[in-house]
Ligand binder design. Structure first.
Ligand SMILES: [Zn+2]
Length: 102
């Protein structure tokens, strides 16, 4: 089985979107970024590259979730933090530009 992680607050970059997919090889649930899902879909590969670098061969959707990969969890949190920082920086720059516009 797999699960979709809800996005952060409105206005956050899509970098925080991941889908958790359980691999049939190691029975662990790994995080797959949304752009990686799109690539795998277009290539009809049937496999996904997780945030931790593992190649996932998804297990049947009727199987229970596996335990989450700690490396993927850590990397996902880092991506979310980076995305929030980038969004905050963009807002600060936009405010400065608006203030300096005559
Ligand atoms: Zn992983």
């Amino acid at each position: 089985m797999s699960g979709i992680t809800a996005p952060g607050p409105a206005g956050q970059p899509s970098a925080s979107w991941v889908i958790w997919v359980t691999c049939s090889q190691d029975q662990r649930e790994h995080a797959v970024a949304d752009d990686e899902i799109a690539v795998a879909f277009l290539e009809h590969s049937g496999t996904y590259r997780s945030l931790c670098g593992h190649t996932i061969l998804p297990q049947s959707m009727v199987e229970p979730f596996g335990p989450r990969c700690t490396r993927c969890h850590t990397l996902r949190e880092r991506r979310r933090t980076t995305a929030r920082s980038a969004a905050s920086a963009a807002k600060r720059i936009a405010r400065r530009l608006l203030r300096s516009t005559p």
